[in-house]
Design a protein around this ligand. Structure first.
Ligand code: BG6
Length: 509
């Protein structure tokens, strides 16, 4: 039988250089009828198969309440792949993947369903040669995590002699420090910590991993990456979409818990941490934990944080309703759809350098970037009028879209006078590399199957991030309603005022 993992013309050059192919294994997805599964997980599994990175006989089991047969599940995966996969559809890859696909119907507290799951896994071990190695992906609301992991334990699915069993957990990991600690305790009672993979999909993005390459594979940047040269850092994750059909998840959670607690604080950690001893999971985690532990909140949270909600406005030429008018949202909701926070890092490298984090839905456009803004030259031999249009030097890492890095600096304007103006030097992924970047979920699912935990936040990182956010959420809860901004704009005036108080302004990405 020619395996999915064997000679495959579509395997890209990067993977030929360093083939990381998963061994015999399978994946069980809980919550397989959800949006994440359809748009990201199933397509990622297919893309991995198509790139030759899955073993022959790879098995995929969907678990959900829906009254489906195996064929219905296969049809669902097929449609999801056709619609959302990154690589072209190839019938032979699909057919082979299809052989290892099964569906298990049931509720999370249904013992029979878990026994059925156990039988299905045993049957696939025989038929597909999965070697008993299975990852359980919990793509379900966090309130179900404890039940599912306890059921896995009760039915003897959480461990198997001579094989590995892993738990993959989607965010949010709780909604504050206390609930995160409870959750972690429940999960660790069943799975050992090295078999628990917490997904923060930002860590699977190429450009996020490139922060480390940029900083630590070059000599150019590290000498100026500190308080002697850096004025401040701005980390922006802007989205143009509203909350769409996710009212049930989003309301009561809000922007800060949804993405600052995880994605943005991870970006901060990678930008600010010291060089790890090696690129292995323990060394990376040690440095991230150190820097997250050094993050300090400003004394006056009223002056240094802003939360806001989008009001009606215009986006892409179309009218957009306000957050409180969205379907399923309580009209008196105080949930933030925008959050801006100023943080300090108490260590020798960063003392006195503010890190400004902001995120929002229904902003001007979709962009995620890290801007390291440098101090002004201490002295300029040019007269004031000649440098009027000069900003500050900045190194901007564009996480998405148009992935790349831009360096902004002053340059002489052509002509007979000595006038200096800002210009940009650009590196664009799309122009420098022929390989297209894998989707974050491709990389992360493959890493789970390989048991490689470099790109997964550790329990300490998750808890430290809640420690940073909890006092802010508490302050917001006790202090009035969120500010407002019109959909399609760059956020509330209060956020501009927050930076203006420090004599700075937000970049317009
Ligand atoms: C998710 C958030 O983690 O990230 C969503 O829950 C957000 O609210 C999404 O839309 C953004 O991801 P990406 O990869 O499109 O930037």
């Amino acid at each position: 039988m020619s395996g999915i993992g064997e000679a495959n013309p579509l395997r890209d050059t990067a993977d030929r250089r360093l083939p990381r192919i998963a061994g015999p294994s399978g994946l069980v997805i809980f919550g397989v009828t959800g949006d994440l599964s359809r748009k990201k997980l199933m397509p990622a599994v297919y893309d991995l198969a198509n790139r030759g990175l899955l073993p022959p006989g790879f098995s995929l089991i969907g678990f959900a309440r829906r009254e489906w047969q195996d064929e219905d599940f296969a049809q669902e995966v097929h449609d999801a792949v056709k619609e959302h996969a990154r690589t072209p559809f190839r019938e032979e890859v699909w057919q082979q993947l299809n052989q290892g696909m099964r569906f298990v119907q049931g509720d999370f507290d249904d013992d029979e369903a878990f026994e059925h799951l156990k039988k299905t896994i045993a049957e696939l071990d025989q038929a597909q040669g999965t070697g008993g190695n299975f990852a359980f992906y919990l793509s379900v609301p966090p309130k179900f995590f404890p039940k599912v992991v306890q059921q896995l334990k009760k039915h003897g699915l959480a461990e198997k002699e001579g094989s590995w069993r892993r738990a993959v957990i989607e965010k949010p990991f709780g909604h504050d420090l206390e609930s995160a600690e409870e959750l972690n305790q429940v999960v660790h009672e069943v799975f050992p910590s090295n078999e628990v993979f917490r997904i923060d999909h930002y860590l699977g993005k190429e450009t996020v991993q490139n922060i480390l390459a940029l900083r630590f594979a070059n000599t150019l940047f590290e000498p100026i990456w500190n308080r002697s040269y850096v004025d401040h850092v701005q980390i922006t994750m802007a989205e143009d979409i509203g909350i769409g059909g996710r009212a049930g998840y989003y309301d009561g959670i809000g922007a800060a818990r949804d993405v600052i607690q995880n994605h943005l604080l991870q970006l901060l950690a990678l930008t600010a941490m010291e060089e790890p001893a090696s690129f292995d999971a323990d060394a990376l985690a040690a440095e991230k934990v150190k820097v997250l532990g050094a993050v300090r909140l400003p004394k006056d949270l009223g002056e240094s944080t802003v939360r806001a909600q989008y009001a009606a406005g215009w986006q892409g030429g179309e009218k957009a309703v306000g957050y409180l008018q969205e379907d399923g949202i309580d009209p008196s909701s105080t949930t933030d759809t925008y959050a801006a926070i100023k943080l300090a890092i108490d260590n020798r490298r960063w003392a006195g350098v503010p890190f400004y984090l902001r995120t929002g839905k229904r902003l001007g456009r979709r962009v995620t970037e890290i801007a390291v803004v440098f101090q002004r030259a201490p002295h300029s031999p040019f007269d004031h009028t000649a440098t009027e249009e000069l900003g500050q030097n900045a190194l901007v890492i564009r996480v998405q879209p148009d992935e790349g890095v831009t360096l902004r600096f002053g340059s002489k304007v052509p002509g007979t006078s000595m006038e200096v103006r800002d210009v940009s030097m650009d590196f664009a992924y799309g122009e420098s590399f022929t390989e297209s970047s894998p989707e974050a979920y491709e990389r992360l699912i493959l890493d789970v199957l390989l048991g490689d935990s470099n790109l997964f936040p550790r329990v300490e990182e998750v808890e430290l991030s809640w420690k940073i956010l909890d006092p802010i959420e508490e302050y917001w809860e006790q202090n009035g309603r969120p500010a407002q901004y019109a959909a399609g704009t760059w956020g509330p005036v209060e956020a501009d005022e927050m930076l203006a108080r420090d004599g700075r302004s937000w970049r317009r990405p």
